[in-house]
Design a protein around this ligand. Structure first.
Ligand code: 9D3
Length: 250
């Protein structure tokens, strides 16, 4: 997969892509990441990337020309056919809320363009005539789209074949089973008087699996009950949840 990122702060992408899974994916040539400075696509003496909003109001708006030209420059080294299928994603607070299924969807493309907004926003013509989708990573205020782009890249790249290698399969992740993870422990078996649950030391793997499944369900019910609607649960597990809900409300 090729990923082109358009930003006013290319330095922000240095470290996150030079460690861990992303670094390995790049080294193994499973992904190619190109960071483009939007400022490099200006033509005026002052390299102007933003301007006042028509109609007034506080804050600056990113000008359309450098963004269009940066995207066109990326498109100029791919075929027309490739360019047609290419998602051009704007990271913006007004976008579709990012989640695992969108990561899954994006992992099916061979090329992505991510545009990071800054300032108060981006000229609307960029959304209307260039961008194919808009993504937000959550309802909190960031200073720009850069960190959001990194979140999207990390979530997507982990799903590409070969990227996780020996680590746990992406399919095992809690957000694909639909439940939160069970509590995990490692040595020592007693730390400051706090013991690891006996069942985990029992060596009885059927019991351990059952305990973990139960813990996952309990934890999901307590912290993220809305996830249970879509979770993959047996009839018995659904009945258990009904019972637990009755107990907690009485
Ligand atoms: C405080 C300014 N806001 C009120 C008008 C608007 C606003 C503009 C630009 C708020 C944040 C930003 C910059 N954020 C992003 O570009 C962004 C973002 C985010 O803030 N939260 C979650 N996901 C994303 S993706 C891009």
């Amino acid at each position: 997969m090729r990923i082109d990122i358009l930003t006013l702060f290319p330095q922000m992408f240095q470290d996150p892509f030079s460690v861990g899974i992303l670094k390995r994916a790049i080294d193994q040539k499973l992904i190619q990441v190109n960071i483009h400075n939007i400022r490099d696509y200006t033509h005026d003496k002052h390299h102007t990337v933003d301007d006042y909003a028509y109609g007034g109001g506080a804050g600056m708006v990113l000008k359309p020309e450098p963004i269009f030209e940066a995207v066109e420059s990326v498109k100029s080294d791919i075929s027309l056919e490739e360019a047609k299928a290419l998602p051009i994603i704007l990271l913006t607070p007004q976008g579709r809320l990012f989640h695992q299924q969108i990561a899954q969807e994006l992992s099916g493309y061979s090329h992505l363009i991510l545009i990071c907004g800054r300032y108060e926003g981006v000229d609307e013509r960029v959304r209307e005539h260039l961008v194919t989708e808009e993504i937000s990573i959550g309802d909190y205020v960031l200073s720009g789209g850069e960190l959001a782009a990194m979140v999207v890249v990390e979530a997507v790249v982990r799903l590409l074949p070969g990227v996780l290698g020996s680590e746990a399969s992406a399919l095992d992740d809690s957000h694909t089973t639909g439940l939160l993870e069970y509590p995990q422990y490692t040595r020592p078996d007693v730390y400051r008087g706090w013991a690891v649950p006996d069942v985990l030391l029992s060596g009885n793997h059927a019991q351990i699996d059952k305990w973990r499944r139960h813990q996952s369900i309990l934890r999901t019910l307590k912290r993220r009950p809305e996830l249970l609607d879509k979770a993959d649960l047996s009839l018995e597990e659904r009945q258990l949840i009904v019972k637990l809900k009755e107990e907690s409300s009485s």
